[in-house]
Design a protein around this ligand. Structure first.
Ligand code: SF4
Ligand code: SF4
Length: 283
């Protein structure tokens, strides 16, 4: 099997960048200097399933907190490819993610589509699969993947990892009371646009949040350059533990907004953007 590229979630450099992005996202600073991050036209992450065989604490796709067998239809990946070609977007990197992407029941059809796209339209695109590299089934799939796919792995061996506290909503914290949530975070730049089973977002994390809150703000087609996606940032960054600065943790942490959201989902109660407390205004 190919040796995966090891990815570390938390480093000293990343903590410093987080501190800087917190300062840059303060409303007065953003007003003076503009937003730090804008939707990517270079990188995209595709969450092809929310199935995962490793239920990590503080999973930023809620695979542990609200497990789901949801899979992206292969046709959605084909549509993404045809829209990319039609719009003349030459992606530098397309990353397949999840959940655990190797658990998608048609993973090899998706891989074939992307490899054909590379051959016909975009020979320099880097096709990457992010995997937890955990368990026999995952290893069996990875062994069969063509060499054209680069593996990126967090090599997880346990449910307990040092993560940002994804379920601590900035809007529930006092130190974010002057934050401008439409600033997003550097995941928009480093990971790129997100395509999830519920549409396109400024980042794939936001699609995972929308699965829980049900605001249905995902774009149904690849967004145009003119679409700043700031309505999505306003709605989702206020809920996301990646926003600004938060200390990483190994403990399960949930702030009140998330506790309520998971409870509602479990009880199948509908959410509404109106449920969000001020200053949320998606439009
Ligand atoms: S391996 Fe990744 S997707 Fe799966 S539960 Fe852990 S953090 Fe979530
Ligand atoms: S939803 Fe989270 S990961 Fe995405 S841009 Fe906002 S803060 Fe960053």
């Amino acid at each position: 099997m190919k040796t995966p590229h090891r990815h570390r979630n938390i480093t000293a450099t990343r903590l410093l960048l987080d501190a800087y992005q917190f300062v840059r996202a303060q409303a007065c600073v953003a007003k003076r200097f503009g937003r730090q991050f804008h939707p990517s036209r270079e990188y995209i992450e595709i969450d092809i399933t929310y199935k995962c065989n490793l239920k990590c604490i503080n999973c930023n796709r809620s695979c542990t907190q609200a497990p789901s067998d949801l899979e992206m239809p292969v046709a959605d990946v084909a549509m993404f490819i045809s829209q990319s070609v039609a719009k003349g977007i030459a992606w530098k990197r397309i990353r397949m993610l999840g959940g655990e992407p190797t658990l998608h029941s048609r993973i090899f059809d998706i891989v074939d589509l992307l490899i054909n796209y590379r051959k016909r339209y975009n020979p320099s695109v880097n096709l990457v699969m992010g995997t937890n590299f955990f368990g026999d089934h995952v290893h069996r799939v990875l062994e069969k993947l063509p060499d054209a796919i680069t593996l990126k792995s967090t090599l997880k061996r346990s449910r307990v990892n040092l993560f940002k506290p994804f379920n601590v909503a900035p809007v529930d914290t006092r130190f974010n009371r002057f934050s401008d949530y439409t600033c997003g975070c550097r995941i928009i730049k480093t990971c790129g646009l997100g395509l999830t089973p519920s549409g396109y977002y400024m980042c794939a994390v936001a699609g995972g949040i929308d699965r829980i809150f049900g605001y249905h703000l995902g774009r149904k087609a690849l967004p145009d350059d003119a679409d700043t996606l700031s309505d999505q940032m306003s709605a989702f960054c206020r809920l996301c533990g990646h926003f600004g600065f938060q200390w990483p943790t190994r403990r399960a942490k949930r702030s009140e907004t998330w506790r309520l959201a998971y409870r509602r989902l479990k009880n199948s109660e509908p959410h509404s953007v109106k449920d969000a407390s001020p200053p949320y205004d998606p439009f």
